[in-house]
Design a protein around this ligand. Structure first.
Ligand SMILES: N[C@@H](CCC(=O)N[C@@H](CS)C(=O)NCC(=O)O)C(=O)O
Length: 213
């Protein structure tokens, strides 16, 4: 059996897929693909992912891109602890949380807050305060929904699910700058969740040097 994940360790979405692989106990190789390389990710990667993004997965000749699909595949194709709730409402809540993180969380938490305050924009002295303010405002709505939608130590209830794995890498980046940490601290259920998530071996094993945890 051979599993290869194509992507870079710094990537939020690559980390989400790696977390699913690690939590399931699946052995895999990480094949380095740098989307920020000067000449792009290269033709071989475009053949795997026509939109030029990361990650992409290959398992014994089966090729797949789009992180939510990769994570579902990893959960269902391999042995190991289930990462999707059996209960239909919890499973649907999980899909809702993943959807809202993709649609509203990634851009605001990572690009508008992390990148502007601590990433490339900050290091190059071109932080745009209006972008930061809008990002913090949108991130507050996302965090408020994460706080409100679930009930229990994990985002969808009593057990770890793909929703937790989707959220963790985004929160680990928004919590690099002080303003991001202060925002997360306003949501007690999410702050407690962060403390538990950051201690999981899979989270520790996949931490990029740029991320807060
Ligand atoms: N919808 C894609 C999003 C993946 C994505 O945005 N990956 C980022 C890295 S975290 C990327 O490849 N960005 C390169 C670009 O936007 O050109 C998925 O779920 O896999």
């Amino acid at each position: 059996m051979s599993v290869t994940l194509h992507g870079a360790a710094y990537s939020i979405y690559v980390r989400i897929a790696r977390l699913a692989l690690e939590e399931k106990g699946v052995a895999y190789q990480l094949n380095a693909v740098d989307i920020f390389a000067e000449d792009g990710p290269g033709a071989a990667h475009h053949a795997r992912h026509p939109f030029g993004k990361i990650p992409a997965l290959e398992h014994d000749g089966f090729a797949l891109y789009e992180t939510a699909a990769i994570c579902r595949y990893v959960d269902e194709a391999f042995e190991g602890p289930p990462l999707q709730p059996a209960d239909v409402r919890e499973r649907t809540r999980m899909a809702q949380i993943i959807g809202l993180l993709d649609s509203y969380g990634y851009r605001s938490m990572v690009w508008s807050v992390y990148v502007e305050l601590s990433g490339d924009a900050a290091q190059e002295g071109r932080t745009d305060r209006a972008t930061v303010e809008a990002g913090l405002e949108r991130s507050a709505v996302v965090l408020g929904e994460l706080e409100r939608l679930g009930d229990g130590p994990f985002l969808t209830g009593q057990a770890l699910s793909l929703a937790d794995l989707h959220a963790a890498p985004m929160l680990a980046y928004i919590m690099v700058p002080e303003e991001g940490r202060a925002l997360v601290a306003r949501y007690p259920r999410i702050a407690a969740w962060v403390e538990a998530m950051r201690q999981r071996p899979a989270v520790i094993a996949t931490r990029p040097e740029e991320a807060g945890w």
